[in-house]
Design a protein around this ligand. Structure first.
Ligand code: BG6
Length: 483
């Protein structure tokens, strides 16, 4: 059972309502949070405690077993109207923090969750120190939402600002993909199966394909997205994090002390493309009007808060190489985009063909990891087709979680907050990882922003521009996309 006061900056925001309160409630239901916890919500709006409790109750309405349970949980929530730039407000916060620590006997353990505009992260961290809210008593941990900077330079500045108040092992940079059940499952698939462990390298793997497809458009986030684009929004963080788990060497143990250095090694070994390689190996695209499931969707440039001449990419695809002994020259293809055919997050590991004694071509073994919406994995192997002739045919061994298991599977945020309460940094991005991924992404962004590479268009409802398919053809392969 955790003893803690959690302060959420951005308590009136969408993330808090959709993800944080329900996740905290699930932790409460499972007894990880019980009597000894309190939550302070802060935001500019002048809410009362009762109003804030109402918001919390609304966000957990589907999850509560009884009204009493929900109300008891919500009674642990306190609200403090707060201007992040006003030192006096931090003094009030400090007072409340100390009072709640006494009332709920939380032994001065503190978690600060920054769920708001990133430009204030540095200011908040500064004030937490100068107003002695961070006072060295109990554990003190900072959870910080993405984006961590908008390029290497701003990421460095932010890191510098945070490190004035918090040590690296007190900073928990959220990448919600690292909290997903099937992303964490990659460790199990790779390191708990002799079948895969010894063939997980360049001698046996032909290529790896990572697809993070979304059918939604930019919705009401046009203002943010138009400044960001798919590369910064999805690749710099989620895709490169997943790639690091796929490509890492076997850690000596499953502990953050052993896992994280292996992930860092991968990200620091990413091959940095020059301008020519960027042009041949990376594709940017933007959606035009089109249809998904018979419904019409407008072009990206017609979305609210998007510049009408915008050249921001809503689709990014390309190939990364990891210059390690394990994976030297093995292509890691990726593609991600908005308004694609369907929501589908999948990884395909395509193995090499072995020397074939049969008089017919044999399809390669493919391991598919289904991240979402369906969760599970499948393995394509070859067998004999039933009949009197000897003929080889591929068959699929398929495992998907059943609906019950899915119902019980924790939300990414629930798992990540649980890790924070336990001080486990394994599923968070370390500074060295962030630095290495920005180093690579900056190079591509710079070329794209200088308009030195073409922007390809694709109709909403497709799987991106044809150039993304042609890229794989150059490497003698195709995107694998099976149900
Ligand atoms: C976020 C991006 O990090 O991830 C969004 O900012 C994207 O643009 C989202 O839609 C996808 O997350 P999930 O969990 O729905 O796959």
């Amino acid at each position: 059972m955790s003893k803690v006061v959690i302060t959420i900056f951005g308590a009136s925001g969408d993330l808090a309502k959709r993800k944080l309160y329900p996740s905290l409630f699930r932790l409460y239901k499972s007894g990880i949070l019980a009597e000894n916890f309190a939550v302070i919500g802060t935001a500019r709006r002048p809410w009362t405690k009762a109003y804030f409790e109402g918001i919390v109750l609304e966000s957990i309405s589907d999850l509560a077993v009884s009204e009493t349970q929900a109300k008891t949980f919500a009674s642990h929530f306190y609200y403090q109207s707060h201007d992040v730039q006003d030192a006096e407000h931090y003094a009030t916060l400090k007072k409340l923090q100390d009072e709640l620590s006494d009332t709920y006997q939380t032994e001065h353990n503190k978690v600060f969750f920054l769920a708001m505009a990133p430009e204030f992260f540095g200011t908040i961290a500064d004030h937490l120190k100068s107003e002695h809210i961070v006072d060295g008593q109990g554990f003190e941990r900072l959870i910080i939402e993405k984006p961590f900077g908008t390029d290497l330079e701003t990421a460095k500045q932010l890191n510098q600002a945070l490190s004035e108040t918090f040590d690296e092992n007190q900073i928990f940079r959220i990448d919600h993909y690292l909290g997903k059940e099937m992303i964490q499952n990659i460790f199990a698939v790779r390191f708990a199966n002799i079948l895969f462990e010894h063939v997980w390298n360049k001698a046996f793997i032909d290529n790896i394909q990572i697809t993070f497809a979304e059918s939604i458009g930019v919705e009401d986030r046009g203002g943010y997205y138009d400044q960001s684009g798919a590369l910064k929004d999805m690749v710099q963080n989620h895709i490169l994090q997943v790639l690091s788990i796929l490509a890492m060497d076997k850690p000596a143990s499953f502990s953050s002390a052993d896992v994280l250095p292996e992930k860092i090694k991968v990200l620091e070994s990413l091959r940095l493309p020059d301008e020519q390689a960027i042009n041949t190996n990376f594709i940017r695209g933007q959606y035009q009007a089109g249809q998904i499931n018979n419904q019409d969707y407008q072009a990206y440039i017609d979305e609210p808060s998007v510049a009408s001449q915008s050249k921001t990419e809503t689709f990014a695809s390309g190939v990364f190489f990891v210059d390690t002994d394990r994976f030297q020259d093995v292509p890691f293809f990726f593609r991600t985009g908005k308004r694609l055919t369907e929501k589908g997050t999948r990884i395909n590991i395509i193995f090499k063909n072995n020397a074939n004694i049969f008089e017919q071509t044999v399809t390669p073994n493919i391991l598919t990891i289904y991240i979402q919406p369906t969760e599970g994995f499948s393995l394509q192997v070859n067998g004999k087709e039933v009949g009197k002739h000897f003929s080889i045919e591929p068959v699929k061994l398929d495992f998907r979680h059943d609906a019950d298991a899915l119902g019980n599977s924790p939300e990414a945020y629930e798992k990540l907050i649980y890790d924070v309460l336990n001080g486990d940094v394994t599923n968070f991005s370390r500074w060295q990882e962030v630095k290495a991924s920005w180093t690579l992404i900056d190079k591509i962004v710079n070329t794209w922003q200088a308009d030195k590479a073409p922007l390809h268009y694709y109709p909403a409802g497709s799987m991106g521009p044809v150039e993304s398919f042609n890229l794989l053809k150059k490497y003698d392969t195709n995107w694998i996309w099976q149900p």
